[in-house]
Structures are given as C-alpha cells and as structure tokens.
Design a protein around this ligand. Structure first.
Ligand code: DHB
Ligand code: MG
Length: 221
C-alpha cells in the first residue's frame, strides 16, 4: 500500500462526507498565499475534532497553535451562541492571517485570539480564573507538548477532552534514542500518561492526505 492509496481514500471520504465549503477553501488559499506551512488538519480530521467538541457540548474551547485558523474555524462552528474559542499563536504573521480567516468565516465574535508563546499565555489564562475548558486541542511545537499538556490539565475539569495532534512523527515516536527534540517531547508526553490516574488516554495512527501521522485523545477523569 502506498501513500497514493491513502490519499485516494481520503479524497473519496472527504468528497462524500465533508461538505464542500467555499469559506474554508478560501481560508486555505489565503493561508497558502500568505506563505503558511501546509500542515493544518485534513478536512476529515477537522470534522472529527468538531464532532468531539459537539459531543462534549462544549461552550469553552482552547486551541494551542492557531496557524491560519483552519481548525479554529471548525471548532468555533461547534460552539453554541455565547460560546468561546480561546486560541493561542506565537507567530504574529500566522495570527494576522488567522484573524482575517476568522473574520472571513464569520466566527471572529466567538474567537479570543491570543498572540504570544503558549508558555506565557497559558499561565496568563489560568490567572484570569475563567471557567474550565471543555476541550483543549494541542497543535503547536511538539517539544513543548508536556508543558502544554500540564497546563491543559490545570485548565480543564473532569470529563474534559485533551486532543494532541501529530504524535507519530513519521514513526520516530517509537525510537527511544531519537535525537529529535520534537520526538522526545511527544515521547515524554506519552510516557507521562502511563499510570496517571487523573486521565484515561489513547492514541491512534492515521494515514491520508497529511501523510502518516496520528493523534492522542485524553479524557480528564
Ligand atoms: C508539523 C506540525 C503540525 O502541527 C502538523 O500538523 C504537521 C506537521 C511539523 O512540525 O512538522
Ligand atoms: Mg498539527
């Protein structure tokens, strides 16, 4: 089985299961034109994230790593009136593109876009003392996943979901001796879950238009 097969299957699924959406197409074009990396979620992955937010009945969502706002739009669309997506982006150019994209998708009124390194912004959010988040999506620099996960635990409640993107690292996650800091970040995160009785966790490998990858889903107990 080749990558071509995975891509063809993803296309078939997306063509039939993910409604075409001119706004999201424009958002992806805008992000590409602005030079953002093409690493946003595939449409069928984004649909899963949105479904999980809906299953949570979520009114408060936290995203770490906004990029151009693609996944943020899917998340914001899961929110009821009055719901809020707080999304954190360290790169000012990415944040500017995302703001335009949120506006284009008519979700900006539901989005609280915070510019700055998550290592600074997450403690600030905690100090504000708002209600816990129903779902947290961690999709930023991989070496800091343990830190972001730690904050996610502090900012959630029993029943909340924490979803961590890109935990496969082209399979290198299974290589203990990897010299890659991002791989080691993911490894430390996964290893930390062992015996952590605050959560139930699983992780899945995926293939498709985004290549070979995967995500972890954690529920706070
Ligand atoms: C990378 C980061 C991502 O968030 C992603 O979805 C895919 C790849 C990366 O850093 O390579
Ligand atoms: Mg990602």
């Amino acid at each position: 089985m080749t990558e071509e097969t995975w891509i063809a299957v993803d296309r078939f699924f997306c063509d039939h299961l993910v409604p075409s959406d001119e706004v999201l197409d424009a958002v992806l074009e805008e992000s590409a034109a602005a030079g953002l990396p093409d690493i946003q979620l595939a449409p069928n992955q984004a649909a899963l994230l949105q479904m999980l937010a809906r299953l949570q009945g979520a009114s408060r969502l936290l995203e770490i790593g906004t990029l151009g706002g693609y996944s943020g739009i899917w998340l914001a669309r899961a929110l009821p009136e009055g719901g809020r997506l707080v999304t954190v982006e360290a790169n000012p150019h990415h944040a500017e593109v995302a703001r335009r994209n949120f506006e284009r998708a008519d979700v900006l009124h539901k989005v609280d876009l915070r510019l700055g390194p998550a290592a600074d912004v997450l403690p600030a959010i905690a100090r504000e003392g708002g209600d816990p988040f129903d779902l947290v999506f961690i999709d930023a620099d991989k070496r800091s996943i343990p830190l972001y996960f730690d904050w996610a635990l502090r900012l959630t409640r029993p029943g909340s979901l924490i979803i961590v993107d890109n935990v496969v690292r082209r399979g290198e996650v299974a290589v203990a001796s990897s010299a890659n800091e991002d791989v080691q970040g993911v490894r430390r995160f996964i290893q930390s879950l062992k015996g952590d009785d605050r959560v139930q966790a699983t992780a899945l490998q995926t293939v498709g238009t985004k290549g070979y990858d995967g995500f972890a889903i954690v529920q706070v107990l």
